[in-house]
Design a protein around this ligand. Sequence first.
Ligand code: MN
Length: 193
Amino acid sequence: MFELMALPYAPEALEPVISKETIAFHHGKHLAAYVNNLNALLEGNPLAGLPLEEIVLKAEGGMLNNAGQILNHELYFGQFSGKLGKTAPTGKLVEAIVRDFGSFEAFKEEFQKKGATLFGSGWVWLSADKDGKLVITQEANAANPIQKGLKPLLTFDVWEHAYYLDYQNRRPDHLAALWQIVDWTIIEDRYIK
Ligand code: MN
């Protein structure tokens, strides 16, 4: 049985970038539904008991969609600390960002553009390949970069449920604001792990 992740911050801690109302629906309703759906689908299924990542790599259909969305949201909600975190990368991660994108500013611009131009529902990701090279990918619906053999580091959710209450149709404005709440200590930990 999977459980709904506990948020590592108070529901209002990400305001004004993400309101507590959006958190209440996004975490308390949408993510909770994915957890409930996956638990129901796993009853009597041979994949029951496997770690979430393995289910994402092995499942199909509805089970894959729900497991993928749980993994995606755990990485998403888990990359914000709810306090004044590290606002820019340092160390090996910033070296890789400069090497692969030219600068931190150029990386952010490219990441936002890929998020803004993803058609329909999905996620934009920063991931590392097996050699540590960084890539930005657009993934539709519930897909996760682990399905391509990549290690996911950072993600912005571009499903409308992630921003519609606060930004309505202004997805680019929402994406631009999210940089204010990313804690780069967490992204660096994912990169060097
Ligand atoms: Mn979402």
